[in-house]
Design a protein around this ligand. Structure first.
Ligand code: AHR
Length: 339
């Protein structure tokens, strides 16, 4: 009997110790979920709270001018502060500009139009550590997605596939389908993806790329490269210029060599700038595949949403069309263009 009482006593003491060691029951209300990362003004940030540091590539032509104007004009309309940095198409300068914005206490949003796809992890991490929001515009980059808010820009590979499809139509029925490719700045996503997309589509009609070289998005270089090729051979049926500017250079080179662009050699470019429409109306250019530069309203809206802690999709692709010189409504379409 005594032994039983002793065991019962030990059991009760052990139970009390066990209960005392348990974590407190969840009687208290659950802690609120951690707020999504945003700026200090979240969730009521306004455009006027944004100080945007914009790292532009440079000023290589009509497309870039329209892109820059979009950022400057929209900033004024929305009442946000824009600090504009011209990287002058120099990667080292662009990276230096990024560090500068990371260290600028006023800047809370950084917009990057990247000259190259790679090499951004360190500055992006630095921006994140400094509490800056980064939006990628125009040119996609290869970097971990958690280091930036979103990418707003074109599907360049799709532009390349559309270009191949259009070139196939232009060369239909021709015996030879030799095409020269004027490439943009080689490390950029626009050049890489347009080139890849074109190659994916060109097999459908047997296009053969017999020359391919960079013209660095410029009319001058596009002309020089085409001149050099023409000295070697004039056996070419089409030119795929990865932007309008290089096509303008190629057109000049063909004319100076006594050829008729648009007729003797079909010309296709990407961008759809105002000057491309003029060239189509003049019969020099056959097709331009659109790449929309008016991205600022979407970029600033995304920045504001992110400032208020909203999660965004990692890529918002632009909607773009194709314009042809033989479109019976070309004059009307040209009149309605805004860049
Ligand atoms: O990234 C877009 C490209 O950059 C345009 O096609 C070209 O004209 C510009 O420089």
């Amino acid at each position: 009997m005594f032994r039983f009482k002793k065991l019962a006593f030990l059991f009760i003491v052990a139970s009390m110790i066990l209960v005392a060691c348990q974590p407190a029951a969840t009687a208290e209300p659950a802690a609120p979920a951690a707020p999504a990362a945003g700026l200090d003004c979240a969730p009521n940030c306004q455009y006027s709270d944004l100080v945007v540091g914009f790292l532009q590539t440079g000023s290589e032509g009509g497309w870039r001018a329209a892109n820059t104007a979009s950022f400057k004009e929209t900033a004024e309309q929305l009442g946000l502060t824009l600090k504009f940095y011209d990287s002058q198409n120099d990667l080292a300068k662009q990276v230096a500009g990024f560090h500068q914005f990371n260290q600028d206490p006023e800047v809370n949003v950084i917009v990057l139009a990247a000259l190259e796809t790679t090499g951004w992890e360190d500055v992006l991490q630095e921006a994140k550590d400094a509490g800056k929001l980064v939006v990628i515009e125009d040119r996609r980059i290869d970097a971990p997605e958690d280091l930036y808010v979103t990418y707003i820009g074109s599907d360049f590979a799709l532009e390349g596939r559309k270009s191949a499809e259009e070139m196939c139509k232009l060369l239909e029925g021709m015996e030879g389908k030799k095409v020269w490719e004027l490439v943009g700045n080689v490390g950029s996503s626009a050049a890489k993806d347009r080139g890849q997309g074109f190659r994916e589509g060109m097999g459908a009609c047997g296009i053969e790329i017999t020359n391919s070289q960079t013209g660095n998005w410029s009319a001058t270089e596009g002309k020089q490269v085409t001149e050099a090729w023409l000295k070697e051979s004039q056996d070419v049926q089409g030119i795929f210029a990865q932007n309008d500017e290089m096509a303008f250079g190629a057109i000049e080179a063909l004319k100076e060599a006594g050829l008729t662009p648009g007729v003797d050699v079909k010309i296709l470019s990407v961008d759809a700038t105002g000057n491309a429409f003029k060239a189509m109306l003049a019969g020099d250019l056959n097709v331009t595949v659109e790449c929309n530069p008016l991205l600022a309203p979407q970029v600033y809206e995304a920045a504001l949403k992110a400032a208020n802690g909203e999660e965004l999709p990692k890529w918002v692709p632009s909607q773009e069309g194709v314009f042809r010189a033989d479109d019976p409504n070309l004059e009307e379409i040209t009149a309605g263009r805004t860049y």
